[in-house]
Design a protein around this ligand. Structure first.
Ligand code: NAD
Ligand code: UPG
Length: 464
C-alpha cells in the first residue's frame, strides 16, 4: 500500500479532536479531516479564536492553531471526508446502553453501526478502518460484516487502535504515550494495514512503543487497562473508611505501599470517587461481556470496583450531612469544583453530580464554582439524572463565577475537584466570610489541613 496521505476521523469529541490534532501536527504531509454531525461542535473547532475550541485541555489550542487550515480540517461534510480518505478513524461515543437488553451495562454501539453503514454506502475504493472508540471485544467482526456487504467490491481492513489518553493531560499523553496499541488481522492484507498505521505513529513515537497484537487482544486490552486503573482507585478508596476508623492516614499508607516497585506510586490518590466518561462505562461493559459468556465470578469481581465507587460518593455526602448536625436543610454548601478531575471542562460521571444530588434530596442549598465548567452544563448534569424537576435543580443550585462570593455565608465547603488554584486562595478571607463553625470537606485531600485548622476551620479529609 502507498503511504497514507489522507485521514478522516468520524467524531470530533474529547478523543477525535485532540488525537487528530496531534497526528496533523506531527505529520504535516498527511491531510487530516475531522467530521461530526454536531454542527455547533464543528463550528467551535473552527472558531477564529482558537481558545474557543470545545475541548479544554492544557496546550491543545496551540496544537490546533499550528495545524488547523494547513493539514487539519474540521467539517460536517461526513460523506466527502469518508470518500476521500485512505484511512478512517471511528471515534464516536460508545456510552452505556440506557434501554433494552443490556441496559445499564452493555456499550451502546448504535453510533458505531451508523458509521459503518455510512462508510459502506459512501466508500468506492479500499480503505483501512480504525476503531479508535473503546469497544467490546469482537466488535470488529460486526463492523467487518456490515462493510463486506457493500456490494461494490471495495476491500476493508479493520484495525483496533484504542486511545489511552487521560483528560487534563491529553496533549502530553498524545505527544509521548507509554505505548500505542494496534490490533490487526494476521493475514497479508491485515499486516499491510497494521504497517500503514504504524508508519503514521512512527513519525513521532519510538518504534518500540508501538505494540501490535491481534484485533481481539487490542479491543480487550483497552477495557482491561481501564478496569485495572479504576480498581486501584477503588482499592485505595476502600481503605479510606478503615483509616478514618483507626487513625491511620491514607496518604501515608499510599506512600508506604507505592514505594514498593511492584505496586508503584501512581493512581493511589484517595478521592471522593472516580468519575469520567470511561471508567464506569468500560467496567460495566466488561462485566456485561463476562456475564454474557456465563463467567459470573469474573463479572462479580469487576463489578465490585463500581460498587465501591458508588459507596465512596454516597459516603462523602453522608459525612457532610452527619457533620452538619444531621441536617443540611436550608444550609448553604459550597462546591469548589464540578469537573471529574482537574484541567478539563468535562463533567461526565463526575462525583460532584452524585454528591450534589444526594444533598439536594436533603434540601441543601448548593453553590458551585468551577473554573472551567459552564453553568448550563451543571444544570444539564443534574437534569440528566431525572431525580427532580428542572426548576427544582435551578432553585437548589446556584452557579457562581467568583469563588470568594460562592463561599460567602456558607456553612461548609466541599472540594470536589483538585484544581490547583484552590490551593492558593486566601483562606483567611474565605473563613471570615463563612458561618461558624466553618467546615471544609476535602474530597481530594488537596488543601493543607493543618494550615486551615490554624485559621479556625474544621477540616475533614478523606481517609485522614
Ligand atoms: N474521553 C476520553 O478521555 C476517552 C479516552 C479514550 C477513549 N475514549 C473513547 O473514545 C470514544 C469517543 O469518546 P469521546 O469522549 O471523544 O466522546 P464524545 O461524546 O466527546 O465525542 C463523540 C463525537 O462523535 C460524534 N458522532 C456520533 N455519531 C456520529 C456519526 N455517525 N457521524 C459523525 N459524528 C458522530 C458526536 O456528535 C460527538 O461529537 C468513546 O468510545 C470513548 O470510550 C474516550
Ligand atoms: O489516583 C487517582 C487517580 C484518578 N482518580 C480519579 O479517577 C478518575 C479518572 O481519572 P483519569 O484516569 O486520570 O482520567 P480519564 O480521562 O478518565 O482517563 C482514563 O480513562 C480514559 C478513557 O478510556 C483512558 O484513555 C485513560 O488511560 C484513563 O486513565 C478521575 O475522576 C480522577 O479524579 C482518583 O480518584 N485517584
Amino acid at each position: 500500500m502507498t503511504a497514507i496521505t489522507k485521514i478522516c476521523c468520524i467524531g470530533a469529541g474529547y478523543v477525535g479532536g485532540p488525537t487528530m490534532a496531534m497526528i496533523a501536527k506531527k505529520c504535516p504531509h498527511i491531510e487530516v479531516t475531522v467530521v461530526d454531525l454536531n454542527e455547533q461542535r464543528i463550528a467551535a473547532w473552527n472558531d477564529v479564536d482558537v481558545t474557543n475550541i470545545p475541548v479544554y485541555e492544557p496546550g491543545l489550542s496551540d496544537v490546533v492553531a499550528e495545524a488547523r487550515g494547513r493539514n487539519l480540517f474540521f467539517s460536517t461534510d461526513v460523506e466527502s471526508a469518508i470518500a476521500a480518505a485512505q484511512m478512517i478513524f471511528i471515534s464516536v461515543n460508545t456510552p452505556t446502553k440506557t434501554y433494552g437488553s443490556g441496559k445499564g451495562q452493555a456499550a451502546d454501539l448504535k453510533w458505531i453501526e451508523l458509521c459503518a453503514r455510512q462508510i459502506a454506502r459512501v466508500a468506492n475504493d479500499n480503505k483501512i478502518i480504525v476503531e479508535k472508540s473503546t469497544l467490546p471485544v469482537r466488535t470488529a467482526s460486526a463492523i467487518k460484516d456490515i462493510l463486506t456487504h457493500t456490494g461494490n467490491g471495495s476491500q476493508f481492513q479493520i484495525l483496533s487502535n484504542p486511545e489511552f489518553l487521560a483528560e487534563g493531560t491529553a496533549v502530553e499523553d498524545l505527544d509521548a504515550p507509554d505505548r500505542v496499541l494496534i490490533g490487526g488481522d494476521n493475514t497479508p492484507e491485515g499486516r499491510v494495514a497494521v504497517q500503514a498505521l504504524v508508519d503514521v505513529y512512527a513519525n513521532w513515537i519510538p518504534r518500540e512503543r508501538i505494540l501490535t497484537t491481534n484485533v481481539w487482544s487490542s479491543e480487550l486490552s483497552k477495557l482491561t487497562a481501564n478496569a485495572f486503573l479504576a480498581q486501584r482507585v477503588s482499592s485505595i478508596n476502600s481503605l479510606t473508611e478503615l483509616c478514618e476508623k483507626t487513625e491511620a492516614d491514607i496518604n501515608e499508607v499510599a506512600r508506604a505501599i507505592g514505594t514498593d516497585s511492584r505496586i508503584g506510586p501512581k493512581f493511589l490518590k484517595a478521592s471522593v470517587g472516580f468519575g469520567g466518561s470511561c471508567f464506569q462505562k468500560d467496567i460495566l461493559n466488561l462485566v456485561y461481556i463476562a456475564r454474557s459468556y456465563g463467567l459470573s465470578e469474573v463479572a462479580d469481581y469487576w463489578e465490585q470496583v463500581i460498587i465501591m465507587n458508588d459507596h465512596q460518593k454516597r459516603r462523602f455526602a453522608n459525612q457532610i450531612i452527619k457533620n452538619l448536625y444531621n441536617t443540611v436543610n436550608g444550609k448553604k454548601i459550597t462546591f469548589l469544583g464540578w469537573a471529574f478531575k482537574k484541567d478539563t471542562n468535562d463533567t461526565r460521571e463526575s462525583a460532584a453530580i452524585y454528591v450534589a444530588d444526594h444533598l439536594l434530596h436533603e434540601q441543601a442549598e448548593i453553590a458551585v464554582y468551577d473554573p472551567k465548567v459552564i453553568k448550563n452544563q451543571i444544570y444539564a448534569d443534574l437534569n440528566y439524572l431525572q431525580t427532580r424537576k428542572e426548576e427544582e435543580n435551578r432553585k437548589g443550585v446556584e452557579v457562581i463565577e467568583d469563588p470568594y462570593k460562592a463561599c460567602e455565608g456558607a456553612h461548609a465547603i466541599a472540594i470536589l475537584t483538585e484544581w490547583d488554584e484552590f490551593k492558593s486562595y486566601d483562606w483567611q478571607r474565605i473563613y471570615d466570610s463563612m458561618l461558624k463553625p466553618a467546615k471544609i470537606f476535602d474530597g481530594r485531600n488537596l488543601l493543607d489541613a493543618d494550615k486551615l485548622k490554624s485559621i479556625g476551620f474544621q477540616v475533614r479529609s478523606i481517609g485522614g
